[in-house]
Design a protein around this ligand. Structure first.
Ligand code: ADP
Ligand code: MG
Length: 346
């Protein structure tokens, strides 16, 4: 570590908070008072409901500091929360951030983390209105709380799917898991030979999907423009199979998904082949794609069928029929509960 680094104990908690929370301009008129007082103040707007969510990222559990740039980590910590708001069809407005920092981290590294937070706030037009800062015995913990608004009739829950409705996803799947697989492999190569440069060229897309994910907050406007109200919705954070399980169980329905309808980016298919992995399994069990999974009325098919951001991947059945997927070869498999954990053990 060079001599240009400052330890947190050198400047103290209050100076650290001051340094990391400056230059956060206000984007939302509902933010009355942000950082600086004992609590933030938000205006409640007429006929709107408040939507709140929280997510925690723990070093060694959710991220590996060896290959996670802190700027990306700050960005991602915000985005994963905004994805939960997008999954409710709410408009994100404010965030709060709690961090626990071990003495290994310098002031500069925490500033870098907040550079990522600032970029996310700018891109998604949300205001950082507060948080808490404390020390940790080991590693870094970041917990973000995000606040959003929506009219009551706009909010979409997990439990609204019913028989014969269509199952849709936004964007493409499997990329984040393959990006992680690539980073893990390059880390192993690097640990064996510190002179080896990572071979990441050509796979910018899956790497970006892992390190710098996107929250589909844009879908709110797309749904409005299409005059489409999904009947149920969830974001794909744990993998398609796990998240469709949540949606089906909460709606008390089953589903039939078609493998050959799953959307993939060409670079993801190429990378899966390189690792000898099945790209469909990466979509089902990979996780962290942060796309939206939703159901629509069959009569709304025309609205989505040619939309570049939406793929229809199946339909809803009765609960007694279970959650199934028809493979490209015609065989039908059970979509049992499998998150990214079980996949990484495979
Ligand atoms: P208090 O002791 O009243 O809780 P703090 O000294 O912890 O206040 O925080 C001062 C201000 O800075 C508050 O507005 C708080 O919300 C904000 N703040 C503290 N830590 C963070 C952080 N990590 N990120 C953003 N805002 C923070
Ligand atoms: Mg405090």
């Amino acid at each position: 570590m060079g001599q240009n680094f400052t330890t947190i104990s050198e400047i103290g908690e209050f100076e650290l908070i001051k340094r990391i929370t400056t230059e956060f301009p206000k984007n939302q008129t509902s933010t009355i008072a942000g950082i600086g007082d004992d609590a933030a103040v938000i205006a409640t707007e007429n006929l709107q409901q408040t939507v709140v969510t929280s997510d925690m990222l723990v070093e060694g559990v959710h991220f590996d500091i060896v290959y996670t740039p802190l700027k990306h980590l700050g960005y991602k910590a915000v985005v994963v929360n905004l994805s939960d708001l997008a999954a409710m069809n709410a408009k994100p407005t404010q965030i709060l951030i709690n961090i626990a920092i071990s003495s290994r981290y310098t002031v500069e590294s925490i500033e870098e983390l907040y550079d990522g937070v600032r970029i996310a706030c700018e891109e998604y037009k949300v205001d950082l209105i507060g948080g808490d800062t404390t020390s940790s015995k080991s590693g870094l913990v970041i917990s973000v709380t995000a606040i959003g608004v929506a009219k009551s009739e706009e909010i979409i829950y997990r439990n609204g799917a019913s028989k014969n409705q269509l199952v849709c996803v936004t964007g493409d799947l499997g990329g984040a898991f393959l990006g992680l697989t690539l980073l893990e492999r390059e880390k192993r190569v690097f640990l064996e030979d510190g002179n080896m440069q990572p071979a990441l060229e050509g796979f910018e897309y899956p790497l970006q999907r892992q390190l710098r994910p996107t929250a589909r907050t844009d879908m709110r406007l797309i749904f409005e423009t299409l005059n489409l109200i999904p009947t149920s919705m969830i974001d794909i954070s744990d993998g398609l199979s796990s998240d469709i399980n949540h949606l089906c169980i909460q709606s008390n329905v089953g589903c039939m998904i078609f493998e050959n309808k799953l959307p993939f980016d060409p670079s993801v298919i190429e990378l899966a082949a390189k690792f000898n992995l099945n790209s469909s399994l990466c979509a089902l069990n990979g996780g962290e794609d942060y796309e939206l999974l939703f159901t629509i009325q069959q009569s709304d098919f025309e609205k989505v069928k040619n939309h570049p951001d939406i793929s229809v991947i199946g339909f809803i059945t009765e609960a007694s029929e279970g959650m199934k997927m028809e493979l490209a070869d015609g065989n039908i498999i059970d979509l049992s509960m499998k998150g990214w954990n079980s996949f990484s053990e495979a």
